[in-house]
Design a protein around this ligand. Sequence first.
Ligand SMILES: Cc1cc2nc3c(=O)[nH]c(=O)nc-3n(C[C@H](O)[C@H](O)[C@H](O)COP(=O)(O)OP(=O)(O)OC[C@H]3O[C@@H](n4cnc5c(N)ncnc54)[C@H](O)[C@@H]3O)c2cc1C
Length: 563
Amino acid sequence: MSTDLMRVETDVLVIGSGAAGMYAAIEAARAGCRVFVADRSLIGRGGATVMAQMTVAVALADEAPDHWSHHYQDTLSAGRGLCNEALARLLTEQGPPCIREMDGWGVGWARKNGKITSTFAPGHDRPRCVYVDFLNTGPAVSKTLRSALYKTKGVTRAGDLCVVDLIRTGDAVVGAAAWHLGSGAPVVIDAKATVLATGGLTRLYRRNSGSANMGGDGYALALRAGATLIDMEFVQFFPIGHLAPRLIGMDPIMWDPFRYKLGGRLLNNRGEEFTQAYGVPEDGKYIITRDVGTYAILKEVAAGRGSPHGGAFLSFQHVPEEKLREAFGPVIDRLAANGIDLTRMPVEVAPIAHYHMGGIAADAAMATGIQGFYVAGEAVGGANGANRLSGNAITEALVFGREAGRSAAAFAGTLRTVPAGNARDTVDLIAADGPASVPNTAAMLLRLQSVMSDDVGPLRTAERLDRARQAIADMQIELGERPFGSNGRFDPIRLDWFDLHNMLMVADVVTQTALRRTESRGAHQREDFPGMLPQWNVNQAAQLNGGRVSISNVPIATQVAAQ
Ligand SMILES: Cc1cc2nc3c(=O)[nH]c(=O)nc-3n(C[C@H](O)[C@H](O)[C@H](O)COP(=O)(O)OP(=O)(O)OC[C@H]3O[C@@H](n4cnc5c(N)ncnc54)[C@H](O)[C@@H]3O)c2cc1C
């Protein structure tokens, strides 16, 4: 057991090693910086990137005409009027060079006749989504970036290093304080510039497609460091997450690629296709966007027309067996091992928490308005507005990562020496003795996930949101200010405490912003305020003032102000 303080010095600190963090690190190192990459999990294996199966949206125009401006327009339409246009433009305009650079690094984008091939996905006006194969795109992206990162000189990598807080000195972020999970030691990383790329928050929800490292740490870290969060009410639910029968060893969002290939019929318990009642006649095709799909399924369930486990049926029974085998390949055998024969039965699907449109406010240089502090990937809010298009998240991670790495390196180049920050309070917290008697943290995590799923899910009312706020406030009191567990080697109870500390803060912001937005738009549907209202053509910005979260309306795309 060691609780001795370790101190590290670097030009650029990158927190998180998904696609965004790894690209940022590569870019900053290519600019000549010493880079330190910290991840609470294994490098390149802890977040959503390595789990993503399917497609990456980009106007490559290899097979057929396309232009980034068409992708941009589709992104704005899907965002229901709330996109930060500068970020949406960056994502769509810089997607092609990033995808081509990844191609050069050997990611293996699928090709037809020598050209990188693209598939159609809902919300895009033409086939625009590249992939490696439909089940391995994320692992291939992650592996390619890991290889490039390992080959890049000047990068130090540290896994098992959970960042607990950023260090703010005066106007600037000057590094971070972390907890080394394996030894229990506090670690202070002094940095000229910091890139936060910690991914999303779907662990707040009981049914989610992500990993245990996606509890929204980055949003809480940024808030405490004085940054602004925007659009926090917009949590994306993926409509057709697998629900039943039980499926072992498969991804809950695995049905999407097969809907790309085969369409498939989304049915209620009367055997009827129902999406036309919600404005989108699919007729066996796959065109419904995620926000409308989620809404339609949940409304069918509420009307008593849901499947036995509370979702909808997805059926491929009308597709000939040989076509199914052609599309699904060996997956057919894995389904058979789980007792699923798609020629004879539908499966049940239901919305599952999947992605966060909201996040840390940034400009198109990925700057947060706080000196030396940059953000990248899903941690950034605004590019996708109220609803994200399929495939935009990996593009966002690559493009924003590259941009953040560049900006951080440029800023670091303006400083002669590495500033030494004061992280005493966080170091004391990491090393503190825990209270003797503590509640069950695993049960608290489940409770929080239930509160968020039941009362802050896709369909919301003031009554449920108020109830959630109260429950979150009660849990914050229960959690207290002193970490549970011990300051020794890997202690899951202490990790739960730090996780809950952040998750409760972030859950409160999601709930408060959802309560304030008295309209329905994209992923945020208020049953007591149906329909989009022009006065809500604004973003909501959340900040921490005197320890309390304050929220205000801000005109779209003006969220980043120098602080
Ligand atoms: C199952 C699944 C399938 C998906 N499929 C697609 C798809 O087909 N196409 C698409 O465009 N998008 C898809 N997405 C979304 C997309 O994968 C993500 O939005 C994107 O990969 C996010 O990349 P990122 O680098 O921002 O974050 P991540 O890849 O999530 O990486 C964040 C990293 O930060 C680390 N971290 C978090 N907190 C801390 C801390 N306190 N200290 C240190 N490290 C920390 C985590 O361990 C993790 O390694 C999918 C997501 C999931 C979950």
